[in-house]
Write a protein that binds this ligand. Sequence first.
Ligand SMILES: Nc1ncnc2c1ncn2[C@@H]1O[C@H](COP(=O)(O)OP(=O)(O)O)[C@@H](O)[C@H]1O
Ligand SMILES: [Mg+2]
Length: 390
Amino acid sequence: MPIDNPFTTAVGGMPPRFAGRKNEKHSFSMSLKFLAQGNPRNLAFVGDYGTGKTVLLKELSNMAKDVFCITFPCYQFENYAQFFNFLMDTINRKIRESKTDKILTIFRNNIKSFSIPVVGGGIEFKEDDSAFDPMNRMIDMFESVYKAVDQPTILFFDDFQYYLKTIGQSEILKQAFTVLTQELEYDIMLTVCGDLTTFEGVQEPHEPIARFFEPMRIEPLSRDEINDAINTPLESRGYRFTDEAIDRTHELSQGRAYYVQLCAHYGLNEAHTRQITSEEVSTGLRSVLKRLAIERFDKIYNGVSPDQQIVLQVMAYIDRPLLHKEIINGSESYDITESSAKMSILRLHESDILMKVGNKYQIREKLFEEYVRGKYVVTTTGVHPLKIDN
Ligand SMILES: Nc1ncnc2c1ncn2[C@@H]1O[C@H](COP(=O)(O)OP(=O)(O)O)[C@@H](O)[C@H]1O
Ligand SMILES: [Mg+2]
């Protein structure tokens, strides 16, 4: 029977039920209070791929009803001019859809004074303009919005690592916001999301950019939160994932929000009755892996050396955390020398594909391990599925 499947398989798509994130929402609502009192403080949330950063920003902006919220979805910028054009276009669009023409005109007049009019009546920034001064342009840009909308404002930056990594002078941002919020006393607050590398390796002559924010790591969804994310939207449809099916989804997804949606979506597609079993979640896993192969896993797997691939195969087949020595022994039966196995473990650990728990190693992502298990291995004796006695 065809099922009206509520679970979203689109990254950034709003889930049918927004689960968990109590701490994040609490921290944000405290910040809203501070903002209303005229003491803005800035928040940063960091999390891995698919942990739910984009959706968290949407949820937070829904919480901030009396505030003007604008979300900037960052990408790799080539220079400050491109960044400012991106800011300006995003602000323009947001004001056009949520405010009056009058406010849009005020904003456009405000920025005209410091940008370059181009043919056709548009406005644009050019890097080679001798007067181009990113810090003052940033102050001008946000001052223009604030004065046009005339209310407390929250600037959300999604995938903020791109800002810091590509044009990354964190000093400019810090100084601009210090001027805006402390000298000019504007009620403007920043809330950003980024991947786990967001605050790594940023050039910081004075103090770390992370201190300018209150950084929080987005934690995996707990088993109960997964149950809520899956079974609450199914209730009205008359379906339910059994406790074992929720446990299986928890185990496979490790609480990563995107993987929870995928396991729920493809598990539900396999349903034979209105009670979805853990076996059906396991059957759905094939479709989950096909998808993740294209999106992510093929790239990771093909990006490591053939010896590292074999080490991963050995670990996936044995399917339990392994001592350094056990991995080396396992790899030796596939013609990997001891020194190459050692090097492979080191590299895989450095690139975060492996993690260490106590004195044992395991593949970080359970779903990636499942993907590797489905691979065939190439050795000197030909191509065959890797089999190891456990
Ligand atoms: N709190 C949540 N509860 C339920 N599902 C969520 C939650 N957060 C994110 N998701 C789902 O997980 C997927 C990935 O979320 P997204 O915000 O795009 O992740 P990121 O931006 O960190 O890569 C989306 O399909 C989204 O619907
Ligand atoms: Mg995102």
